[in-house]
Design a protein around this ligand. Sequence first.
Ligand code: ADP
Length: 248
Amino acid sequence: DVRHGPILYLEDVSVSFDGFQAINGLNLTIDDGELRCIIGPNGAGKTTMMDIITGKTRPDTGQVWFGSRHNLLALDEPQIANLGIGRKFQKPTVFEALDVTENLELAMAGERRVWKTLLARLDHEGQARIDEVLETIGLNDERYRLAGVLSHGQKQWLEIGMLLMQRPRLLLVDEPVAGMTEPEMHRTAELLTRLAGQQSVVVVEHDMGFVRSIARQVTVLHQGSVLAEGSMDAVSSDPRVIEVYLGG
Ligand code: ADP
């Protein structure tokens, strides 16, 4: 199913902190169903860019659109999350004392947790969604294990599953493979690639081998704006990119 048109659109976005220009005339377009990797040296503005998309940071100037209708700068953080933008931070934040299924139930319940969780348990649609997500993240056999005893990789997949419970349209994922073993990285590449068929996925990642293994499109940020964009082969042979990475 080929989809068209941008799901996310940043135009000429800038923000400075105490006179330091962290984002400087940034333009970025993410297409519906796309898997995009964002790379760039430390301080390039990757985290700030994610903060702007989710409404955590307000840009000084520029525009941020979700789909063709939603001006994200007119919305606050919860409203943006409710539109279907899910963010996964680097460190997994699962509920360690609960089992895998309970973590997914809580994620489905969202804000009004307690009673909605009870209702969700009785709800066939909710059960079906949990089964579907367990299958997607590959934790079917772990469904009754406590999240606290899962491996680091399994916790990361569970947290992605928790975001999927809300059926997001755009997933923002921060350094998903930091601290993972090779086989875990391999499975994560496979998972993110598969997810991108269902929703758009933006991944910030430092591990170039991993980026190469998943990315169709790579955006290189440098000093708060786009330095290069294209396939991993194209950007990694770009002299400007080589210079910022090798500190030329
Ligand atoms: P990256 O994620 O690519 O490493 P960041 O977006 O974290 O880059 O940071 C870009 C620059 O903005 C850095 O120099 C950082 O110190 C600065 N910065 C980010 N957030 C703040 C803030 N809240 N206050 C002051 N400076 C900030």
